[in-house]
Write a protein that binds this ligand. Structure first.
Ligand SMILES: [Zn+2]
Length: 810
């Protein structure tokens, strides 16, 4: 009778379990009538265990653990959990969810506790144990029942049981170890079903003895499903049919079978079956969990390793996700769906592992840019930056960079939208430019109001990188550290301005800065030719060597004149002329020129001319004082050789006056021209010209002075030089010209100074410009004639006229 009762009880329990299983499958809560049978007890794996209890069905919020053996009221069954209420130490009624594994009904409590002394296990294990016994016994039930009623069955049963005792003993011995292992591992996984199946298989009393022994001796492995569909085959062959499959990461307990296969015990339709799992399909260790950032906005967890599979759940861009490696393209991840942990897959492209710190990038703010607290434009703005501000950041997701910002002395993670940044990439071009300003600043950010890292002097060669339309980027060494700085494009030159040479018009200096108040680096004398580069309209830049070092300096542009702007001048030496080595009468003399020399020189300043002289076959630059020479540049002089043609003038000693006059005039002309004058001849050959035409030439020439050259003859005793003028036009100038020429000719020809006098000659009377009539010598005077016969004296006379004109124009 006792046995029958037991069987009946087992059946009731089994039905209850079946009902619970059905309800689980439907996932529909069921309210049970409140009666004594609703009283349940909680028990864990081990004696003295506390049992986890949760506030919600998704098991997210844990309550203080419930003590083993606590009596509770079953409220409803939901999925694999049971909502129950119990009274805690403080007499407060607590409501929470406990896994069905840990619930034992009041009816079963005694049996469970008795069973448990033999095998410390959960109520679930107890039920499974009973389940098997019921299955075995139900098939025999009618017979048994009869036997029980009529015969010695209990004894037989006892005998049967005793005959099985060794098995039990074996089971007990061998089951210890696997159970221990199971216990250790059950705590971390929801996959205990298989483990427990194995445990059960080990402890199952209906297995044949040899098989059990074999099983007991076999090495048991705890492995993990390595494929998304890890199959348990009916025989050790991939082509065999399958009992069932497990998803990736599922924990499995297997036994060695051969080199390629494991053996596993699975429960199929309530029957324990031995199946086979390929070595290649499992992994010994579960890959370590990784953390990554969702790169896509809505990063999906797929049900399978395919983007076409069902999306189990999706996450926002930037969310940190936990996952395990699965394949090169996929990660595996567990998501909780309706409180159940479900295996899913995330495409590797959609995640970036958090421990992979991407390379830092640089860019500048396209516009005013915000650093957000999260990867969303609606999140808090941590900080704003102005347009052009250079920023450093790292790739974070498809649309966002991550950046660290300092807020109130604290470093915070922030995010910048990619579209707000102009990235500095390889597209940056290196360029060689030259500092175009004094100073040319390298700023800490691309703004002229930013502080400067350092400055360069004009013309300094700089290596820069292209950045924006207005700014270059440059790397500068600051206090032993490389820093990125910014140079305004407008501050640099693509090419160094070409080197030029100019001559110092006056004593000048190379200044440290483009200001006459700045330090004088070096001084130069007027006339020195200096090499420089243009800087601006007021200053040139020049490099001077100071203590062996090239130093950049500035020369006032007004102190220099371009050598090609120097005016070439012609003049006559009114006395001995020195060409000095510098613009100082105290400087050494390169060369001297005698009185009457015609010279070429160039304008320099109000005091000095420059002149080039050839010394020992070399051209040298020298300086002539303006007072020492008279330039006839721009002067027009009308030379009139008296008489001509049929008018021979005076005759004496075989000489004809018209010939002497022409000879002297023709010799004067090139001298005057060499001294800069334009010369107009009233005649340059032996032709007759009327006096009126001579005056007309003078008056229409636009000339400055008129000089008529004649020679005398009188009584053989009269001698010397005389010069006439007329007071009708330009009286004073004519007299001054007359004296100047008279003195000079007398000086050169060394004749007697006869007189300077007014003379009523047509050509001087009718000429409206300053005019004179010169009588060089007396052809009928022995002394004068001796000179007039020699052309060298014609030259001396010409030189005298030149000097006189020079003196007149001084
Ligand atoms: Zn004459």
């Amino acid at each position: 009778m006792k046995k029958l009762y037991s069987v009946t009880v087992y059946m009731i329990i089994a039905m209850m379990m079946l009902q619970m299983t059905t309800m689980t499958a439907q996932a529909s809560p069921l309210h049970m009538d409140t009666n004594d049978s609703d009283t349940v007890y909680v028990y864990g794996e081990d004696e003295g265990n506390a049992i986890e209890i949760f506030e919600d069905a998704s098991l997210q919020v844990a309550l203080p653990a419930i003590e083993e053996g606590t009596e509770a009221k079953l409220v409803k069954i939901e999925d694999s959990h049971i909502l129950l209420t119990y009274v805690d130490d403080t007499k407060e009624e607590i409501s929470g969810y406990v896994h069905t594994d840990y619930i034992i009904s009041e009816l079963e409590l005694q049996e469970f506790l008795e069973w448990r002394t033999e095998a410390e296990s959960t109520p679930r294990e107890y039920y499974l144990h009973k389940d098997r016994m019921i299955e075995e016994e139900t098939s025999e039930a009618p017979e048994e029942a009869i036997e029980e009623e009529t015969s010695e069955a209990p004894e037989e049963a006892i005998e049967e049981e005793t005959s099985e005792a060794p098995e039990e003993a074996v089971e007990e011995e061998t089951s210890e170890a696997p159970e221990e292992a199971v216990e250790e591992e059950t705590s971390d996984t929801p996959e205990e079903v298989q483990e427990e199946d194995v445990t059960h298989e080990n402890s199952e009393s209906t297995k044949k003895e040899d098989e059990l022994l074999r099983v007991a001796e076999e090495q048991t492995h705890h492995v993990f499903a390595g494929k998304q569909l890890t199959y348990v085959y009916t025989s050790p062959s991939q082509s065999a049919s399958t009992f069932r499959s497990y998803s990736f990461g599922h924990s499995l307990k297997v036994r060695e079978y051969n080199d390629s296969w494991y053996e596993a015990t699975v429960r199929i339709n309530g029957i324990w079956e031995t199946g086979y799992i390929a070595h290649d399909d499992v992994e010994f260790e579960r890959a370590a969990q990784l953390e990554g950032v969702a790169k896509q906005n809505r990063t999906a967890v797929y049900s399978d390793v395919s983007r076409n599979s069902t999306i189990l759940r999706s996450y926002n861009e930037g969310q940190i996700l936990k996952y395990r490696p699965y394949s090169s393209e996929w990660f595996s991840a567990t998501v909780i769906l309706n409180g159940t942990a479900t295996q899913g897959f995330i495409h590797a492209d959609d995640l970036r592992p958090v421990d992979e710190v991407p390379e830092q990038l640089e860019g500048y703010a396209k516009d005013r840019v915000s650093i957000y607290s999260q990867t969303s434009r609606t999140s808090t703005v941590l900080r704003n930056y102005d347009e052009g501000q250079m920023l450093k950041f790292r790739p974070y997701t498809e649309n966002w960079y991550s950046a660290v910002v300092r807020i109130n002395g604290e470093w915070k993670d922030g995010f910048i939208h990619k579209s707000d940044i102009v990235l500095l990439t390889d597209a940056q071009e290196e360029r060689n430019v030259f500092a175009g300003k004094q100073p040319t600043n390298v700023y800490t950010s691309p703004s002229k109001s930013a502080t400067t890292y350092r400055s360069y002097t004009f013309n300094h060669a700089l290596k820069v990188r292209t950045l924006t339309s207005n700014w270059y980027q440059a790397t500068v060494m600051i206090n032993g550290k490389w820093e990125t700085g910014y140079i305004a494009k407008s501050d640099v030159m693509d090419e160094r301005s070409p080197q030029q040479q100019q001559i110092a018009q006056r004593n000048t200096a190379v200044y440290g800065e483009p200001s006459r108040n700045s330090e004088v680096l070096r001084s130069y004398n007027a006339g020195q030719v200096l090499t420089y580069r243009p800087f601006n309209s007021s200053w040139h830049s020049a490099t001077v060597i100071l203590n062996g070092r090239a130093v950049q300096g500035f020369i006032p542009a007004g102190d220099l004149i371009p050598t090609n702007a120097q005016e070439t001048k012609h003049g006559v030496a009114l006395q001995n002329v020195n060409v000095y080595t510098s613009t100082s009468r105290n400087s050494s003399v390169l060369r001297s020129y005698s009185t009457g020399s015609t010279l070429k020189f160039k304008t320099l300043n109000s005091e000095w001319y420059t002149a080039t002289v050839r010394i020992d076959g070399e051209w040298k630059n020298g300086f002539i004082h303006r007072n020492d020479v008279t330039s006839l540049d721009g002067k027009t002089i009308v030379l009139d050789a008296g008489h001509g043609g049929t008018d021979g003038g005076a005759r004496a000693g075989g000489m004809v006056e018209k010939d002497l006059n022409l000879s002297m005039a023709l010799r004067t002309k090139p001298l005057l021209e060499a001294a800069g004058a334009r010369v107009i001849m009233t005649r340059s050959t032996d032709v007759f010209v009327t006096l009126a035409d001579r005056a007309k030439v003078a008056n229409e020439s636009g000339g400055d002075i008129f000089i008529s050259i004649h020679n005398n003859a009188f009584d053989g005793r009269a001698n010397g030089t005389e010069t006439f003028y007329h007071t009708r036009h330009q009286s004073a100038n004519s007299q001054r010209l007359a004296h100047a020429v008279q003195n000079a000719v007398v000086g050169q020809v060394n004749t007697n100074y006869r007189r300077v006098a007014e003379g009523n000659f047509h050509v001087v009377r009718e000429t409206r410009i300053p005019s004179i009539l010169l009588e060089v010598g007396f052809m009928d005077h022995a002394g004068d004639a001796a000179k007039l016969r020699q052309t060298v004296y014609h030259d001396r006379a010409a030189r005298g006229i030149l000097l006189g004109v020079g003196e007149y124009f001084r």
